[in-house]
Design a binder for this molecule. Structure first.
Ligand code: AMP
Ligand code: ZN
Length: 114
């Protein structure tokens, strides 16, 4: 989608601190980190939110989850514990409508989230 911020990051039209990429997913550091590790994992293909990703029915959700875990391992937070968050819909705080998994770790994470 031409007006989508994260599609522009996929297309390398906007710079990002990319930490992981494979054929179907891309991961980059959040510009406003909420934890020592805060990486966004996205499918290269545009899907608006977690619901659309779940409906994609081509294994893409699987790829994004596996990429998120690979990022956690690479960042050194997998052993200590980390959180994967899909804010889905404006009411849940979603502001960028290209689905993204937040991978958060490197500090104690409270539950429940706000
Ligand atoms: P959400 O509110 O769940 O939609 O998350 C969107 C996230 O994207 C926020 O945590 C922002 O800090 C992050 N963000 C927005 N623009 C950029 C950008 N250009 N590069 C990296 N992260 C971004
Ligand atoms: Zn997009």
């Amino acid at each position: 989608m031409s007006d989508c911020l994260f599609c522009k990051i996929v297309a390398k039209e906007i710079p990002a601190d990319i930490v992981y990429e494979n054929a179907r997913a891309l991961a980059f550091r959040d510009i406003n980190p909420q934890a020592p590790t805060h990486v966004l994992v996205i499918p290269r293909a545009h899907h608006a939110d977690g619901a659309a990703l779940a409906a994609a029915d081509d294994g893409l959700a699987d790829d994004v989850l596996k990429a998120a875990h690979a990022v956690a391992v690479q960042e050194g937070v997998a052993e200590g514990g980390y959180r994967i968050v899909f804010n889905t819909g404006a009411g849940a705080g979603q502001t960028v409508f290209h689905v993204h998994a937040h991978v958060l770790g490197g500090r104690g994470l409270t539950w429940p989230p706000g």
